[in-house]
Design a protein around this ligand. Sequence first.
Ligand code: HPA
Length: 270
Amino acid sequence: MLKNLQETVSWLRPQIPAETKIGIILGTGLGDLANNSTDKKEIPYETIPHFPVSTVEGHSGKLITGKLGGKPILAMQGRFHFYEGYDMKQVTYPVRVMQFLGFEYLFVSNAAGGMNSSFQIGDIMLIEDHINLFPEHPLRGKNLPEFGVRFPDMSETYNLSLRKLATKIASGNNIKLQFGTYVGTQGPTFETPAEYYYFKVIGGDAVGMSTVPEVIVAHHGGLKVLAFSIITDLGVLGKIVEVSHEEVQEAAKIAQPKMAFIMEEVIKQL
Ligand code: HPA
């Protein structure tokens, strides 16, 4: 794994401006943020040595370099989900690459179902914490000291200063922000009503099929994390209706500009 990573990093290094410190993972229906960036260059996943290749509809599968909020960024358009059949080392491989490129920040977005009864479709939730319900842990197995410590502390996985900055930006620009805990599950089924209720009872506000593995690895690797969920459907008793991937993509697209604005402003003010 270390050798593969070193090969990926030496291949990517010349294509990424040396001052790049910010990685971004764009979720379902949220790929447009990278289009706001200037000096854009695209690197398709299939051209990168040892990189997994994305398969799911709505995920285009490329790295994008460019400038956002005046700073160089590297964005992933399309991520690797556990439900696609990748193992956790593959799901989180790009985050290790960012760590080995010397990045300091990881910004993450996803589409999620909302269990919190005050949430509405189209809301943006700033992730304050998570509950990991994936059946495999991304740090399972031998721990390489180059990656991080064996038993990582998780008391502030989502960086508090970044959260404060995002909150200030949202309120200063009249953007409604929700706050809560994201439950990460393997999918690919959406939840039954009983499952949404269970996730609410255990302390979740939103549920989705991504983010948690990448965030764990980023935090393990010392990156500061800021993450948002776009609430694309509701898992609130009495408000549960049928949901499809297309509806999730559509709802995410509508909320996307507001989330992109917050992310860009945070980057400006880093
Ligand atoms: N559940 C799980 N993942 C999701 C959902 C959901 O309701 N909406 C978008 N991604």
